[in-house]
Design a protein around this ligand. Structure first.
Ligand code: BES
Ligand code: MN
Ligand code: ZN
Length: 490
């Protein structure tokens, strides 16, 4: 998809012209040419968010078709609502039925800063147009993709600046979606590492190091290796480093769970729960792609991404319920349940990241608990942190990109639930399951280290209908955009 710019929406030539409309206010708010306005005023379009209406071609308009797209109430409608309306149109049926190749968007009446408008239009168009269709062998199963988008009637210089940014956040979000949507026979710990390496090769200044099993053994990552024991594919530790900030400035660290398939291990998941567990590397995929976007945007910040990658499977060497593992930190962990594997691979990655990089802040993200889905569902990320300022900055980053996050507490009185009678701790702690998982990770955070944990078990996958910039029942790429926003504002 390519972006271009035009002065006037009435004269721009395209397969379709999208005209954003506020709810209830009619069309008078938009300063289009008189003939365009006349055409709109004859329509009965109400402008509700998520709706669109096709108007027949008029001699007055350069485009072959005109679609009114609803923005919702005017007082709430800014660049974000415009981006969401654009996303809704690009994933909708009209693109397919009318085989639209070139879509123009009328921006004469757009509210808000033109840089933000450009950014949200690019994100909406690219992420709305996204569809995981590479595995269909027949062309008719594939989505029809728009190849050109023209932003018409706005300040081209500012729009361009916004599009340049939004193209990067959207394309790397799409990469993260691909990684999650790809089945686990195609994305495994080795191919995930290869993806990170190849991505970094194309981005000058982004360094990618893969630690192989022998090095992971040398680091004594006993918890990570315990999970990996049941898999024929060796564990990989993916490390990405971007030094766009001042030399010697401590980096932001992102750590993501890269569990490429979670069978549950000997505490095996029931069939319905196991199906879909290719998505269990969502946190790792987001970490890799966020570092890619940060490097592509050349953000003036130092950042590292660390992803422990393994499968959780069963064989004659797999870890057992009741096994005791010794983590890199030296703390011992009794296995209460082999399906609580995410915290085991993360705890060693957290120790490694703190010792190796001494990060200013560390943010981990993981599809960690089914309890997060119960508590907050698919549209709200669970946030836990030992630092109020860091938590607030993350909340601001999510608000900035139009996604939801909710902070959960980490009270000391639940911490004793992860004590074990034969080891330093156990990997299960009962209810509240999301919080006791957070408290487990907290035991690996060293003194003075600012840390936050994002449980994205629900939000890694959209549950069905389109929502904001998300498409149907498939990967969302969350929280790549929030991570880039956080790094940019840091
Ligand atoms: N990967 C799962 C969590 C998950 C569940 C993600 C549903 C997405 C959708 C995780 O490894 C897991 O199995 N967690 C267990 C922990 C329990 C055994 C303490 C869970 O939440 O049931
Ligand atoms: Mn599990
Ligand atoms: Zn898991």
């Amino acid at each position: 998809m390519q972006f271009s710019y035009a002065d006037n929406s009435a004269t721009v030539k395209a397969d379709a012209l999208l005209v954003p409309v506020f709810e209830g206010k009619g069309l008078s708010d938009f300063k289009f040419g008189a003939q365009l306005s006349k055409l709109f005023n004859k329509s009965d379009f109400a402008g509700k968010a998520g709706t669109s209406l096709m108007l027949h071609k008029s001699y007055a308009v350069g485009a072959d078709r005109v679609f009114l797209i609803g923005l919702g109430k005017k007082d709430k409608a800014g660049p974000q609502q415009l981006g969401e309306a654009v996303a809704g149109f690009f994933r909708g049926g009209a693109v397919n039925t009318s085989k639209l190749k070139h879509v123009a968007i009328a921006l004469e009446g757009a509210k808000g800063d033109a840089v933000a408008v450009g950014r949200w239009c690019a994100e909406g168009a690219l992420l709305g147009d996204y569809h995981f269709d590479v595995l269909f062998s027949k062309k008719d199963k594939k989505k029809h993709h728009v190849t050109k988008v023209t932003l018409a009637g706005g300040n081209a210089r500012q729009l361009k600046q916004g599009v340049a940014y939004g193209e990067v956040t959207a394309r790397y979000t799409a990469h993260a979606r691909d990684l999650v949507n790809e089945p686990s026979n195609r994305i495994d710990p080795a191919t995930l590492a290869k993806f990170a390496q190849e991505m970094a090769r194309k981005l000058p200044g982004l360094k990618c190091t893969i630690l192989h099993k022998a090095q992971i053994e040398k680091l004594k990552m006993g918890a990570f290796l315990g999970v990996n024991a049941g898999s024929d594919i060796p564990a990989h530790l993916i490390v990405l480093e971007w030094n766009g900030g001042k030399k010697g400035d401590k980096p932001i660290a992102y750590v993501g769970k890269g569990l490429t398939f979670d069978s549950g291990g000997y505490d095996i998941k029931p069939a319905a729960g196991m199906l879909g567990m290719k998505m269990d590397m969502g946190g790792g995929g987001a970490t890799i792609c966020a570092l890619g976007a940060i490097a592509k945007l050349k953000l003036k910040v130092n950042a590292v991404g660390v992803v422990p990658a393994t499968e959780n499977l069963i064989n004659g060497r797999a870890y057992h319920p009741g096994s005791v593992l010794t983590s890199m930190s030296g703390q011992t962990i009794e296995i209460g349940n082999t399906d609580a594997e995410g915290r085991l691979i993360l705890c060693d990655a957290l120790t490694y990241t703190q010792r190796k990089f001494k990060p200013r802040v560390i943010v981990d993200m993981a599809t960690l608990t089914g309890a997060q889905v119960v508590a907050l569902g698919n549209k709200v990320v669970g946030l836990m942190s030992n630092d109020d300022k860091l938590a607030k900055s993350l909340e601001r980053a999510f608000a900035g990109i139009g996604e939801e996050v909710w902070r959960l507490p980490l009270p000391d009185f639940y911490d004793k639930q992860i004590d074990s009678s034969i080891a330093d701790m156990q990997n299960i702690g009962g209810n509240p399951g999301t919080v006791t998982a957070g408290l487990f990770l907290k035991r690996f955070i060293e003194k003075g280290q600012k840390w936050a944990h994002l449980d994205i078990a629900g939000p890694a996958m959209n549950d069905g209908e389109g929502w904001r910039l998300w498409s149907g029942k498939s990967a969302t790429g969350a929280p790549v955009r929030a991570l880039v926003e956080f790094a940019e504002k840091f």
